[in-house]
Design a protein around this ligand. Sequence first.
Ligand code: NAG
Length: 316
Amino acid sequence: MRRNGETESSLSLAQTILKLLLSLAMVLSPQLLDDLKSRERKKPAFFVPLVVASVLKPKRKSRKAKPISKKVVKKKGKAAKAAKNGVKPVPKKRAKAAGARGTSAPKARAPKQKAPPTDNNPAADKATAHLDGVTVMNHYKLVQMDIEKNMDKYFILQLVKSKEGHFCVTRWGRTGTEGQSQLFGPMKYDQALKELEKKFKDKTGCALGSYSKKEGKYELLVNGAAPGEVSRAGGGCLWQYYVDDGVDGKADGWYDYYKDAAEIVESVYAEWQANNHLDVRCVQSGHFSYRVDFNAMMQTNVTHPARKQRHIRRNV
Ligand SMILES: *[C@@H]1O[C@H](CO)[C@@H](O)[C@H](O)[C@H]1NC(C)=O
């Protein structure tokens, strides 16, 4: 009796959540379709889940949504470019591996039930691949910031569908970095949704259908347009910084950001466009942190002892 009642109520709850979610998704993601259409072309980092081919073929069918894999995903070739970045970051320690990757993609490893919770797993990294036939059904981007403390981090939650079933995908890290990702599944849609809902609640302190910003928790972003190209039609870069202190023997004037840095700034710029209050962000670029203020159009080198500031512009 009691069991039946529970089943019924959880069913109707699932239906209610589904309805709420669908309406929410429509409200939050007017560009969802565009994003989906453009994701193969552009693969904006914030939108396409980086899933690991091998973990989509797990042997075990778990009823409880246990993570079956935790893989580190890093930006390809970040290291080399980052070294010459317009905001002059130095490559990360581990960036060598990332830079060397991609020349030969080794076969995906045998599926692992549970990868060790390490954030330095080059083998897993190499097995990382964009899967074909994956549909992103739900996408939420959360951020948590404390600008004074130089804290600015994201948490992406997705429900994706593939031939193997439904997955809950998470990715998180400091803004400006590729971060780490985790995959839960395969599961039925309802289960994946429950998993997503659980994580959403955990991170934001709110139920999926009744979000409001909570102190000390992640906040839900309105997803605007995916950030576009950072190169300008006539050559050069969309984002530039002003030199007036003769750094590196440079004459006074505007200089292009290096592409990686421009992409980072452009992505937080796109978030500002859709979320008015996010005008000041802290972004990580290689070893260095920068504060970017879109109202003042200034960047502050937070890593610099004197917190060197420069004017920046979006040179459309
Ligand atoms: C930021 O500061 C660090 C540390 O002083 C420095 O190495 C780096 O070049 C600076 N970046 C820029 C863009 O000036």
